[in-house]
Design a protein around this ligand. Structure first.
Ligand code: FAD
Length: 502
């Protein structure tokens, strides 16, 4: 049996991706696989945005042994129960994509089919009333879990909004304490082995150089190793996701903190609103083909809830991913591997899953092609799944008030998404693929929110007798109402429970 050799790992970049990589690798390998070094350049800096997350981040923090209350206090975090989408389906209309479930476990089919049946029978209850995350979000309340209710009852899930710079600093402290060597410096050239092109040395501006066996490229949009040095191409998805610019600006927040992200659609893109404890993060994501920078800035500044705290910061990007994220001895993670706009807060999650994949596929031999192929196959599937989910928000719309909306509403979409839309329209079913990020409830929320109505529900929902069905749904509803009414207001929960440990 082949024994693994020690691999010295070099991480290029100290943004969120770099420090997440350093922290989890240090924790998981316990220094037994080889040295871990991270190089970052304060002169170049980080992208510095990325404040909204999705629930699996809890698992990442738990693996690191991070205490949630300490983490929330130190990163000025707030809790997030979902995303409110305003003006996406139509102007004036809004819906929430919640975390957790609608209703609870039913018998043969998912909850929404029973709800569709009741609706067909004339019941006007909003599906969101059966969802604890939506009910709590609407009332500005938060608690981390639901009290006991009927067996198999509704599930509440949550994520965080946090200050990205504070999170990176938090992880930097963690990783350096766990044995990661941090080098401050700018990489000016990269040396490769003549015979196979493997990266061997990173030369820094101060004349020093760093060597390693496995290089993790977390250099951000530059993609210094994977893109620039190894020349791995970029798969451009801007025909589906035409937004290519953003302006980000913080503003003052009030006493109340809404426990959800808000995304408001404008004429050529959308605006995020991410409430933290000490401020609100805002940004306007737009398509430069349909809107000027000046107009985008005016829209952003005209739609803030508090006094502006800094000048708007411009960011440019292209939707897509690297053709292969692992090539030779370089694995790209974070923005160096690709970018999908922050509409569903998936970038930090993509960092997390790439790291778990790398840990699961840590090579015995760095030249192991089959391992790289598997990593690349899984990465591609994950990116395409998220891409389809994002496109759905744009494409399934009634908006026809601008060239931008006319384009996205009528553009051809990937066959994989077309199939999902047709399946839902036919009988409210969601195409299932094991292990994919967005679960059934997420697709149902966005399908219904964007106006895709099933022609019929699953016939299995007819198996339950109507009086039983009414009784069971009313029990779920009652449980959600009572549980949410007992939750504290979000700010009160943070003040009471989230204090930094000494
Ligand atoms: P960066 O932060 O750019 O870090 C790159 C690092 O590489 C830096 O430390 C830099 O100094 C270093 N580096 C580069 N070149 C060199 C060199 N030559 N020598 C030495 N060091 C070098 N994600 C979410 O999950 N939720 C969100 O709400 C969200 N919103 C976003 C909004 C926008 C507009 C954008 C653009 C992104 C958003 N993201 C969001 C994505 C998120 O910001 C990133 O995924 C995350 O911050 C990871 O970035 P990174 O570490 O890959 O890159």
């Amino acid at each position: 049996m082949m024994k693994s050799k020690a691999h010295d790992i070099v991480i290029v970049g100290g943004g969120t991706a770099g420090w997440m990589a350093a922290a989890i690798l240090a924790k998981s390998t316990k220094g037994r696989l080889g040295r871990i070094t991270l190089i970052e350049s304060t002169e170049i800096g980080t992208v510095g945005v990325g404040e909204a997350t999705i629930p699996p981040i809890q698992f990442f923090n738990q693996l690191l042994g991070i205490d949630e209350r300490d983490f929330v206090a130190r990163t000025q975090a707030s809790f997030k129960l979902g995303i409110e989408f305003r003006n996406w389906h139509r102007k004036g209309q809004s819906y929430i994509h919640p975390f957790g479930t609608y209703g609870g476990n039913m018998d043969a089919v998912s909850f929404h089919h029973y709800w569709l049946r009741l609706r067909a029978l004339g019941d006007g209850t909003d599906i969101g009333d059966y969802c604890p995350a939506i009910a709590a979000a609407r009332q500005g309340r938060f608690a981390p879990e639901m009290p006991d209710g009927p067996p198999g009852g509704p599930v509440l899930a949550y994520a965080y909004h946090f200050d990205a710079a504070l999170y990176a600093a938090y992880l930097r402290d963690y990783a350096t304490r766990a044995g990661v060597t941090r080098i401050e410096g700018r990489i000016t050239s990269i040396r490769q082995r003549a015979e196979d092109g493997y990266v061997t040395h990173l030369d820094l501006a101060d004349g020093s150089s760093v060597t390693g066996d496995l290089f993790i490229d977390c250099s951000g949009f530059r993609s210094l190793l994977l893109g620039q040095t190894l020349g791995v191409g970029f798969k451009d998805w801007s025909r589906y996701l035409p937004c290519d610019r953003a302006l980000a600006v913080p503003c003052e927040g009030g006493e109340a903190i809404t426990p959800y992200t808000r995304s408001t659609a404008h004429t050529a893109g959308w605006q995020w609103r991410i409430p933290l404890q000490h401020r609100i993060g805002n940004g306007h994501v737009y398509s430069s083909a349909f809107m000027s920078d000046e107009e985008a800035e005016a829209i952003l500044l005209g739609n803030l809830d508090g006094k502006v705290q800094a000048d708007p910061r411009p960011l440019r990007f292209t939707a897509g991913r690297r053709e292969r994220c692992w090539e030779r001895n370089v694995v790209a993670i974070g923005l160096a591997s690709g970018f999908l706009e922050p509409l569903e807060s998936t970038s930090i999650h993509l960092v997390q899953t790439a790291l778990f994949r790398l840990l699961a596929l840590m090579p015995t031999d760095i030249k192991d092609q089959v391992t790289r192929d598997e990593f690349n196959r899984l990465t591609e599937a994950e990116y395409e799944h998220i891409r389809d989910f994002l496109i759905l928000h744009y494409h399934a719309t009634d908006r026809d008030d601008s060239d931008f909306w006319n384009y996205v509403r009528t553009m051809p979409v990937p066959d994989s998404l077309r199939h999902k839309m047709e399946l839902f329209r036919a009988r409210g079913r969601v195409a299932r693929v094991d292990g994919q990020l967005f679960v059934e409830a997420s697709w149902v929320a966005v399908f219904l929110g964007q106006g895709i109505e099933p022609i019929a529900y699953d016939p299995m929902a007819d198996v339950v007798r109507e009086p039983d069905l009414r009784q069971r749904l009313s029990r779920h509803l009652d449980h959600v109402r009572r549980s949410v009414a007992a939750m504290p207001l979000h700010r009160d929960f943070i003040n009471r429970h989230c204090k930094a440990s000494a």
